[in-house]
Design a protein around this ligand. Structure first.
Ligand SMILES: NC(=O)c1ccc[n+]([C@@H]2O[C@H](COP(=O)([O-])OP(=O)(O)OC[C@H]3O[C@@H](n4cnc5c(N)ncnc54)[C@H](OP(=O)(O)O)[C@@H]3O)[C@@H](O)[C@H]2O)c1
Length: 253
């Protein structure tokens, strides 16, 4: 029987071994964009409008680890609004340990900021996204956003970055991170943001959890963009969980 490379059982991996599986490349000189999504077997990315219904323990373990490793988490405003996003609170000791191993995290254990991409700045300054944040969120917005709304988000503790006129080009978004030395980027969606990054060929890797369920419905998919494209990807690793979740890591060829 032929052995398939880089296929592992999740049960065989302790936290350090799993972290090595998801290590960012060392010595990055530009932002490395990693995206993370969960999907059902039949391709749904939400159940009743949110991803929580697809979450399994295995997916949660990887979701938590990817946050521990990242230097910045980026999401579209649609996801913040739909999922009632809070701040990121990864374990500070784990972040320090990842940093010492050169695979991500932070030297002092501080969490990564969450950057929200929004043309409108239409976010609720009283929401837990702002009240629950340990580090100032980055609001990456446009010159066309409502000025009072932007001021309210700044008042709520956010750092405002204007990176476009009416919309933010994917390359301008990545430049925002490059200028701040934030090289280990984790994009947690949603499909509109991810689709634009992928269309611009700016996604270095995709971590995709497939939850062992069929959900049907008329929902969309994890990547939405104005036009189709054809980006070949290589399967870097497959981790199989006992509950049936398939944890794949795909990298741009
Ligand atoms: N299964 C999963 O792993 C997963 C992960 C993430 C999200 N989701 C689901 O995805 C759904 C939300 O998807 P979505 O595609 O609507 O959300 P999205 O990509 O998170 O957000 C779209 C919004 O982001 C802003 N945006 C995106 N690209 C922009 C650009 N180039 N310039 C300026 N602003 C930009 C706009 O915000 P403004 O309207 O404020 O201008 C836009 O309306 C939710 O149901 C969520 O549960 C699932």
């Amino acid at each position: 029987m032929q052995r398939i490379h880089n296929v592992t059982q999740l049960a065989d991996l302790d936290d350090d071994a799993l972290a090595r599986c998801y290590a960012y490349p060392r010595h990055l000189e530009r932002p490395w964009v990693r995206a993370n999504f969960v999907n059902s077997i039949d391709g749904a990315f939400t159940v009743d409008g949110v991803s929580a219904g697809l979450g399994t323990d295995a997916d949660h373990r990887v979701f938590t680890l990817l946050r521990e490793l990242a230097e910045v988490i980026v999401i579209g405003a649609g996801t913040v609004r739909a999922e009632n996003y809070g701040g990121a609170h990864p374990d500070p000791d784990r972040r320090r340990a990842h940093f010492q191993h050169g695979i991500g995290g932070s030297a002092d254990g501080t969490p990564p900021p969450i950057a929200v991409v929004t043309a409108s700045a239409r976010l609720d300054p009283a929401s837990k996204f702002f009240t629950d944040a340990e580090v100032a969120p980055l609001i990456i917005t446009t010159a066309h956003a409502d000025k009072d709304q932007v001021a309210a988000l700044e008042q709520a503790g956010a750092q405002i970055v204007v990176a476009g006129e009416a919309a933010i080009m994917p390359s301008a978004l990545v430049r925002v991170f490059a200028e701040r030395g934030l090289h280990r980027v984790l994009c947690e969606g949603g499909p509109h943001l991810f689709g634009q990054l992928a269309e611009a060929d700016l996604v270095d890797e995709l971590c995709l959890s497939t939850a062992p369920m069929l959900v049907g419905g008329a929902g969309g998919r994890i990547s939405l963009s104005a036009s189709t494209f054809d980006t070949p990807m290589s399967r870097k690793q497959l981790v199989l969980a006992e509950d049936g979740t398939v944890l794949a890591r795909w990298a741009r060829r």
